[in-house]
Design a protein around this ligand. Structure first.
Ligand SMILES: [Zn+2]
Length: 460
């Protein structure tokens, strides 16, 4: 079968591990038999060009019974790689597999090999934890139209986007999951049952007049009737994204704000679940958010209820939350500044430092940096492994010059960040790598793929 699909100068490479006889400390000859049956089949006309050994001393001790319990066999530490072809001279060039010269080159190859999807035995895969564990990660998908579309029953693009976001919030990750978390957050339901609490919405999506939303006026389906125009407002309209969506220009501008807000509502949802089920879980959980702890653009006001929630948790339970930045001016600065930092040293970022070295300007002296969007303070931290992180950690109160006591649980958080170090990418952390593995389609190829896919579907 293989030979019929093989190009005249093509090759097949097969990797096969060692097998053991059941319940005996005896190696199976299965791999040898299968190799022989490949190359002895005259109809196929295949030959073994070369055998390689893939040596991996880090494999789990196997076969476990004979290696770790009876201790009468050594660890099975290699697999066979057979290069098979239908020609003595298949296309080959050993200059493409020259041994690396430099340390950095070796490191690169090491990480490349890690990624290359080579098929080690299942043992090896599970040893590398997150390669398989991420099968169990719960994925939450949100598809938002960004232009030129109207949903059935909607008058225009803006209302279609609003409904998409609303439907996401009432259906994910379970019925009314996120929308109830949003309501719980803004009306502080964790500490108060006051039905007259008010959230001020700057503009009604229909009549653009400001609306004071009272908790008791929120209906069972998480909508409110506008007191000015009588139209329906979704509770998700408090994200105010309708203010920046345009029927003609589209909704491209909201995606960053929306993603960041959703990521933080997911955290709120998890906190709410934990408080319901077992509040002590909070003391055993570190929440790691990609990016700073802040709400941007139209959603910025949500930083206020978020800080209230952090304060409540800090006083009554516990909260370990950190936002980690991977790019931007703070990260660029941290790379430079870290050259003068000692391992385990941290740099607390207050106005005087930020405006002098990172964001040019003077700020307003009496106003802490980014007070209208952040609910935490920033810190640059160099770990004992010399990795450098730019982190935001929640604060109870925004300070112009934060002291270490103004960061909630900073020592425990940085200790755990250090422990979660991952060698896969520079300065990466296990949970972030796990999450990114799920969204690893890069912008360019993925948009092309999606385009092709969409065109096919439309033609059908
Ligand atoms: Zn209205």
């Amino acid at each position: 079968m293989f030979s019929s699909v093989l190009a005249p100068n093509g090759s097949i490479v097969i990797e096969m591990g060692n097998a053991w006889e059941k319940n005996r400390p005896v190696q199976s000859l299965l791999h040898l038999n299968s190799l022989l049956s490949f190359v002895n089949n005259e109809k196929a006309g295949l030959r073994l060009c070369q055998e390689f050994i893939c040596y991996n001393p880090a494999r789990l001790p196997s076969p476990a019974q004979w290696v770790t319990i009876h201790r009468i066999r050594a660890i099975d530490s290699f697999t066979h790689e057979w290069w098979i072809s239908n020609s003595d001279y298949p296309k080959a060039d050993n200059r493409r597999v020259l041994r690396p010269y430099s340390k950095s080159m070796k490191k690169l190859l090491k990480s490349g090999k890690f990624n290359s999807g080579k098929r080690p035995s299942e043992h090896v895969i599970s040893e590398k934890g997150f390669l398989t564990d991420n099968q169990n990660i719960q994925r939450i998908k949100l598809v938002v139209p960004t232009k030129g579309i109207a949903l059935d029953g909607e008058i225009d693009f803006v209302s279609s986007v609003r409904r998409t976001i609303y439907e996401f919030f009432i259906s994910q990750p379970e019925r009314n999951g996120f929308i109830d978390a949003l309501k719980w957050l803004i009306f502080e339901e964790y500490s108060s049952s006051d039905n007259s609490k008010i959230w001020h919405l700057a503009t009604c999506p229909h009549c653009s007049v400001g609306v004071d939303i009272q908790k008791k006026n929120v209906q069972n389906d998480y909508t409110i009737t506008c007191p000015h125009c009588g139209d329906k407002i979704y509770l998700t309209d408090i994200l105010r994204l309708h203010e920046v969506i345009d029927n003609e220009l589209g909704a491209g501008g909201i995606l960053g704000y929306l993603t960041s807000a959703v990521e933080q509502i997911i955290i709120v949802y998890l906190i709410k679940q934990m408080l319901n089920i077992r509040p002590s879980l909070l003391s055993q959980t570190l929440f790691v958010k990609d990016g700073p702890l802040a709400f941007f653009g139209q959603t910025a006001n949500l930083h206020k209820p978020m800080r209230k929630l952090m304060t409540f948790l800090n006083q009554n339970h516990s909260i370990y939350l950190v936002g980690l930045e991977k790019s931007g001016s703070f990260v660029e600065h941290a790379v430079q500044a870290s050259k003068k930092m000692l391992p385990k040293q941290m740099l607390l970022l207050g106005n005087s430092y930020i405006y002098k070295y990172i964001i040019p300007g003077n700020g307003r002296d009496s106003e802490p940096y980014a007070i209208s969007s952040y609910y935490g303070h920033k810190v640059i931290f160099k770990s004992e492994h010399n990795n450098v992180y730019v982190a935001t950690i929640p604060n109870v109160q925004a300070m112009v010059e934060p002291q270490i006591s103004d960061y909630i649980n900073i020592n425990e958080i940085l200790y755990n960040i250090t422990a979660l170090k991952c060698d896969l990418y520079y300065n990466s952390l296990v949970p972030v790598v796990m999450a990114n593995k799920l969204v690893s389609l890069a912008d360019h190829p993925s948009s092309d793929l999606l385009k092709t896919f969409a065109q096919e579907k439309i033609i059908q």
